[in-house]
Design a protein around this ligand. Structure first.
Ligand code: BGC
Length: 884
């Protein structure tokens, strides 16, 4: 068993190596042989020079503030740790390495922009090549390229790609936050003349954004900024910087847009080079991202490739995902191939994307299209579009010459943030395993540098979607840096009055366009509340208190705005009831815009025809839902204030929360435990948030069960409460009902998605309807948040209430006759947890592996429980009887 700490890490991103700012925080895992840690010793060396050893009597091993003087640009750091505990002193860990990025104050390069001709219009603009040449001696010890852009860039040294990250510099709110990348380009340099080139396209900065494909408004001029630092063996340094000596030309990428796609003419002649424009842009300070980069994660050949009636070829990759294809067979010079991407193929075998079309609020269709085009140079080059990204399972390839396209030359590249997997789940039910699998795929497809709603129609970081999915996300992947980066955008985009933008990064820049339609729909319960819920989820999952403090001011401004909205606005139904507000109405949040529960099952007429439209969020009275969220966010804020040592605010928000709860009860709850809305979602929310008083909880859950039974065991929830439907039922004594819903095979249900061929979770319950027709996005993760239940209840592994960073957890599998075994793991901040249970031959066997620093409570099927220290535990008990 290991006697040295491992998994040494700093809270930073990077690509080929970890890159930090001046004061990274340090974390490690206590050795498996130890029950815990009582002290630690740290050693570090900067550019080979040792720093004074630091010794600290402390059990802390997560997010330790950098204990030495702040680091400087480009420094290379090695550090290691050893700990003391019940086993005495551990061995030293293996050394961990990272480099400091080029810190903002040390950037001397100029911003360079291409010379553009007549504007082709957003969505249609080319990528430009910006380049320079420089001389080098033979004596190169190492080289780093530091680069960023307002736009999307790829850098090349002597024609070789720098780094492995895609879609750099990533998606941020570019008026306030901009990250750079550091790349090791030592191997690409040569003695004598060298070329440094960057391909620059509109990207998230200036391209299309959102379902309406409107222009992203961060700026009108794209630009890049680069510094190449070359160290010689005598430690002298040569630096090549972007400046007025660089040239710009149109590249072979004739059109590049993240949404619309990319067109490349590989045979086009080289364009005239013009001197670049210099310092034409205003950009924020350069920073170093805490998130891992977007990368090509996986490549897949087509499962089938069939010719369509109209002569095209449709490649089916068997999996809906985000990314692009590469195509090696481009035909003779001059051959044009048009590639359309989508997630559905109709009965005619052809691709259709009509279900992803939108309608502008003022009317007018927005056609969904993801189209790449390539013209061959006949030279064997491979086409791979890296200035766009698509959501797709199918690609349709068409050629004017109608030649057969070799399937072996077509490859799908799955592209998303390179997150580390932390949670696994498997059980005896193939259906549940498959459901887990498709939810994981949705989570991957919606992690392209920011958490998105879908990788197709909108591809934007809708706050509500991640608010719902964050607990599942933290369970499946290490999303600490990824989410922290996104929260910075959420803060960057906050409106002056405290409202949280609907999505972040907000390329529509709602905060500056307060008269815009988007601004009028901004400030919804369940969406804006992400600023409170998501940091709290990160704190609980990873133990990072700083996530709470850096978001504190933004969450206070949000909750204060909500309180003000509740005080100053009333829904027409309440105005009709009484001209003057009743006293408790001051805390009923009903008069401003709410999206509502959203994407609930489509109501159907008795003959089964769907009734359109769904409820209109503008007209509906969403007071019950809004006030419930106001309660939850103010109560959470009170807890956060306590954690941050802010007693006055803790008292203030606890007081407000209890008044909001009373107001909610007065307005929406009767003495029998029935809610005014009397919907499944309403009961789930009220029970989960703790709005129903103890004595009425059982009658409320009974009513929820009645509503479910009345629809033949079908759920009626949408975006906001689906994730909690099963846990609420199971925790309040109705595990049988929870499992009836989980195993339900007729619509609306999760297994219907499987039966109708889903490879990712759908936005709507009937994403593919009874007749096989597609509706809305087929890759939206909110309803997939149910996989959290598979971990917490089927496997039975969950963090104990009030525990942080998994210092204590519970293993309490909730049995069902169709599940005879489950196993899973979680790479917790304390170390790896493994759980496996099995029912066989009348016995229930369980094994649990508890990492150092954690305690576990194992609850057996008969309700007996035992509390355990770190180590391995196994037990056998009589199998449960009579379980459903
Ligand atoms: C998006 C959602 C989003 C919603 C707002 C939709 O068009 O795709 O995921 O949260 O709008 O309700």
């Amino acid at each position: 068993m290991s006697r040295s700490p491992d998994r040494l890490r700093i809270d930073s991103g990077g690509d080929q190596f970890t890159v930090s700012g001046p004061s990274p925080r340090l974390s490690w895992r206590v050795p498996r042989a130890f029950a815990g840690q009582s002290a630690y010793e740290l050693e570090a060396a900067v550019d080979g020079a040792p720093l004074a050893r630091v010794t600290q009597a402390s059990g802390e091993h997560l997010f330790i503030p950098w204990p030495w003087a702040p680091l400087q640009s480009c420094q290379r750091v090695t550090w290691r740790v050893r700990v003391r505990g019940d086993q005495g002193s551990s061995d030293w860990s293996d050394p961990a390495r990272f480099e400091v990025g080029l810190l903002d104050s040390d950037w001397m390069a100029q911003w360079i922009s291409p010379v553009e001709g007549a504007d082709e219009g957003y969505g249609k603009r080319p990528a430009y090549a910006l380049s320079t040449r420089f001389e080098l001696s033979a004596d190169v010890a190492s080289a780093r390229l530091y680069a960023t852009a307002l736009g999307v860039y790829e850098a090349f040294v002597n024609g070789r790609r720098a780094g492995t990250a895609e879609l750099t510099p990533g998606s941020t709110s570019y008026d306030r936050t901009l990250y750079a990348q550091a790349m090791d380009v030592t191997e690409s340099l040569q003695p004598g003349s060298n070329e440094l080139e960057v391909l620059l396209s509109d990207g998230w900065y200036r391209g299309k954004t959102g379902g309406f494909r409107l222009p992203s408004g961060w700026g009108t001029t794209t630009a890049a900024r680069l510094e190449l630092h070359v160290w010689h063996h005598d430690a002298s340094r040569q630096v090549v910087r972007s400046d007025a000596t660089w040239t710009s030309s149109r590249s072979r990428i004739a059109r590049a847009d993240l949404m619309d796609g990319q067109a490349v003419d590989l045979g086009s002649p080289s364009d005239v080079r013009h001197p670049v424009l210099v310092d034409q842009v205003v950009a924020p300070d350069i920073d170093w991202s805490p998130a891992p980069p977007v990368r090509r994660i996986e490549s897949r050949p087509p499962v089938t490739m069939r010719q369509t009636g109209t002569g095209g070829w449709v490649a089916d990759f068997g999996q809906n995902a985000s990314g692009w294809i590469s195509l090696a067979d481009l035909g003779p010079a001059g051959t044009r191939t048009i590639i359309d991407y989508g997630e559905f193929v109709g009965t005619d075998g052809d691709l259709t994307t009509a279900h992803l079309d939108s309608v502008l609020p003022e009317g007018g269709p927005v056609r969904f299209l993801q189209r790449d085009e390539v013209v061959s140079a006949g030279d064997g080059a491979v086409f791979e579009p890296r200035h766009t990204v698509h959501g797709f399972q199918y690609a349709r390839l068409r050629r004017d010459d109608g030649r057969v396209i070799d399937p072996a030359s077509v490859t799908m590249h799955v592209v998303h943030s390179d997150l580390t997997r932390t949670g696994t789940f498997e059980c005896s039910s193939a259906d549940l395993n498959r459901l887990h699998d498709i939810a994981v795929w949705s989570s991957r497809g919606n992690a392209v540098d920011v958490p998105t709603d879908c990788p197709t129609r909108e591809r934007i970081g809708w706050t509500g979607d991640y608010q719902v999915f964050a607990p599942a996300a933290t369970r499946l992947y290490d999303v600490h840096g990824f989410t922290r980066k996104w929260l910075r955008s959420v803060r960057d985009d906050q409106l002056p009055d405290g409202r949280i933008a609907n999505f972040s990064p907000d390329g529509r820049r709602t905060k500056l366009n307060l008269e815009d339609r988007l601004a009028r729909t901004t400030g919804s319960a369940g969406w804006g509340d992400a600023i409170v819920v998501v940091p709290m989820e990160l704190y609980e999952a990873y133990g990072d208190r700083e996530v709470l403090s850096e978001n504190w001011a933004a969450m206070v401004r949000w909750v204060e705005w909500c309180l003000d909205a509740a005080r100053t606005h009333r829904h027409p139904t309440r105005i009709e009831r009484s001209a003057d507000p009743l006293p408790h109405e001051q805390l009923i949040w009903d008069g401003t815009y709410h999206w509502g529960e959203w994407a609930e099952p489509t109501p159907k007429a008795p003959d089964g025809t769907p009734i359109e439209p769904l409820s209109d969020p503008v007209e509906s009275d969403n007071g019950e839902l809004g006030t419930a969220y106001l309660y939850r966010s103010s109560a959470t804020l009170a807890r956060i204030a306590e954690i941050l040592g802010r007693p006055a605010e803790a008292a203030r928000y606890a007081g407000i929360a209890s008044q909001v709860r009373d107001a909610w009860r007065t307005e929406f709850l009767d003495e029998s435990g029935r809610t005014a809305g009397d919907t499944q979602a309403g009961y789930v929310r009220a029970l989960w948030f703790g709005l129903i008083p103890g004595e009425l909880r059982q009658s409320a859950v009974r009513r929820l069960v009645e509503l479910i039974r009345a629809t033949g065991n079908h759920l009626g929830t949408g975006f906001l409460s689906t994730a909690q439907l099963l846990p609420v039922l199971a925790d309040l004594g109705y595990a049988d009902v929870a499992y009836d819903l989980l195993f339900q095979r007729t619509s609306p249900s999760w297994l219907t998605m499987l039966d109708r061929g889903a490879t990712t979770i759908w936005e709507e319950w009937d994403g593919i309807d009874d007749d096989g027709n597609p509706h809305a996005s087929l890759n939206h993760y909110s309803k997939g948040a149910v996989v959290h239940f598979l971990h917490t209840h089927v496997l039975g592994l969950r963090q104990a209430e009030d525990s942080v960073a998994w210092e204590s957890f519970v293993v309490a599998p909730v049995q069902h006759r169709e599940i005879t075994w489950a196993r899973g793991s979680y790479e917790s901040p304390q170390g790896r947890i493994d759980v496996a249970w099995r029912i066989e031959g009348g016995t229930f066997q369980i094994t649990v592996d508890i990492p150092p620093g954690s305690t576990a409570e194992v609850v057996f099927p008969d309700g007996e429980s035992t509390t355990l220290p770190p180590g391995q535990f196994s037990a056998t008990r009589p199998a449960p009887t009579g379980t459903f």
